[in-house]
Design a protein around this ligand. Structure first.
Ligand code: CS2
Length: 450
């Protein structure tokens, strides 16, 4: 038996389920990239809002490349379970916020119509760092054509033609200043592909930044099998996460939104202190744990952080290298934040694989390590723990087993044929004809050269 609207009533009594009438909810949110993180984060907050009596915030998901999420959720009428794990406890609940998942390559017209509907007020994104189609000097138009930009722009155009208000474009990816970045990229796209829409976009739409935080390890077949025994039915869309969650959102919406703040989210005027702390302290140490941990033969985050030497390096990135580069908000205690991060990382219940974090390093390293290292260099300070992490990243290119990166093949070939200095030149710039992978960080090249 498989989880669906038909079978949900047969779930064990201890599984909390939506109290609202799912069939009566309109789609208020179109979300690009309905992966596990979104299902454990924004969809969870939105489910809480509808459970508390808000209506018409159902989510239509959009998958740009793969049928896997539509296949996981559509046979389940969008239903899935979320299991919070902490130590030796686990708590599972049924999430009803997702209505459907559209497969963009075959359902582009439906995607456009959902965006162009008067019910839609928010278009949000978890498309990973590479999903924004950034090139070395702004929007990469070729990549953008295969991304969400064409469908989004057409949906917005149709809203304009129908005299509808604009929407809020809400990025929920680990990118510094993600709202400003998305707004700039969207204006680049419109200026080339739909210049007639630019003024309307400027006056009618907003792109608030947001900092998102919840550790969501990829679900394994073992997880799903054990869950099937617990539920008495199959849930192919299940997500497993931690108890902790944080969402800090710039309060700059074009129209209505769910009252997410009633369920723990924070609406602020300036996301930067929270986002910088998260990217540089959490994600910066996460990526160090990934490459240093894999180099030492570990599989999981909790194993790597328990290693005295690697754990000390991770803590050094947090407390001594990243924290001093951050101007904290009045309610931020970066010392306590670091302690909480180490506790979260140490929880064996999460079974968070280092190889999952090691993915897409070329897209992650700038905002996780280089911004810290550059800020410290400008203060005449070194960043030796980040240097050690970078060394381990180079090792992972030489080793080859854990490479999963848009530039992985190119850099692996380069490091093996021409050595580490060639990779450093390609990434930071240095004599080559190609623009650097990481423009703006040339000053760091010498610091990362052996
Ligand atoms: C991780 C993040 O996979 C990774 O790169 O560092 O997904 C991390 O788990 C989240 O940002 C935590 O909020």
């Amino acid at each position: 038996m498989r989880l669906s609207s038909e079978t949900a009533s047969q779930l064990p009594a201890d599984i909390a389920r939506p109290s609202y009438d799912r069939s009566a909810q309109k789609t208020g949110i179109v979300h690009f990239g309905l992966g596990a993180f979104h299902r454990a984060h924004q969809a969870w907050y939105t489910d809480l809002a509808m459970d508390a009596g808000e209506s018409d915030w159902a989510i239509t998901g959009v998958s740009m490349r793969s049928q896997s999420v539509p296949d996981q959720l559509n046979p389940q009428d969008g239903l899935y379970t979320l299991t919070e794990r902490s130590g030796d406890t686990a708590c599972t609940k049924l999430i009803g916020a997702v209505r459907e998942v559209l497969f963009a390559p075959e359902q582009g017209e439906e995607v456009i119509e959902r965006i162009a509907s008067p019910d839609c007020h928010i278009v949000s994104f978890t498309v990973t760092e590479k999903g924004y189609a950034r090139g070395e000097t702004g929007l990469d138009l070729g990549k953008a054509r295969a991304s969400f930009y064409p469908l989004l722009a057409t949906g917005l155009e149709r809203r304009r033609e129908r005299g509808l208000a604009g929407v809020t474009l809400l990025p929920c990816d680990n990118l510094a200043d993600n709202g400003r970045v998305l707004g700039a990229l969207m204006r680049e796209w419109l200026s080339v592909e739909a210049p007639q829409l630019l003024d309307w976009f400027e006056s009618e739409c907003t792109t608030p930044s947001s900092m998102i935080d919840r550790i969501v390890p990829r679900s394994t077949e073992g997880d799903l099998k054990a869950l099937e025994t617990q539920l008495g039915m199959e849930d192919r869309g299940a997500v497993f996460t931690e108890r902790f969650s944080q969402w800090v959102i710039e309060d700059n919406f074009a129209g209505p939104r769910p009252a997410w703040e009633a369920h723990g989210a924070q609406l602020v005027s300036d996301v930067a202190p929270y986002e910088t702390a998260k990217l540089r302290m959490l994600n910066g140490s996460h990526s160090l744990l990934a490459y240093c941990g894999l180099r030492s033969g570990y599989e999981f985050v909790h194993e790597a952080v328990a290693d005295a030497e690697i754990g000390a390096l991770a803590e050094k990135v947090m407390r001594e290298e990243a924290a001093p580069t951050i101007a904290p908000a009045p309610d931020q205690d970066l010392g306590a934040y670091a302690g909480r991060l180490l506790e979260r990382f140490a929880d064996p219940a999460l079974r968070h694989r280092l190889s999952q974090i090691a993915m897409d390093g070329t897209q992650k390293i700038p905002q996780r390590w280089l911004d810290t290292a550059l800020a410290r260099m400008n203060e005449g300070q070194e960043a030796s723990a980040i240097g050690e992490a970078f060394d381990a990243w180079l090792w992972h290119l030489e080793d080859g087993r854990f490479i999963d990166d848009p530039h992985g093949d190119e850099l692996a070939e380069l490091v093996l044929s021409q050595g580490r200095e060639a990779v450093i030149a390609r990434c930071f710039g240095g004599g080559g004809a190609e623009p650097p992978l990481w423009p703006g960080y040339e000053a760091l090249a010498a610091a990362f050269s052996n």
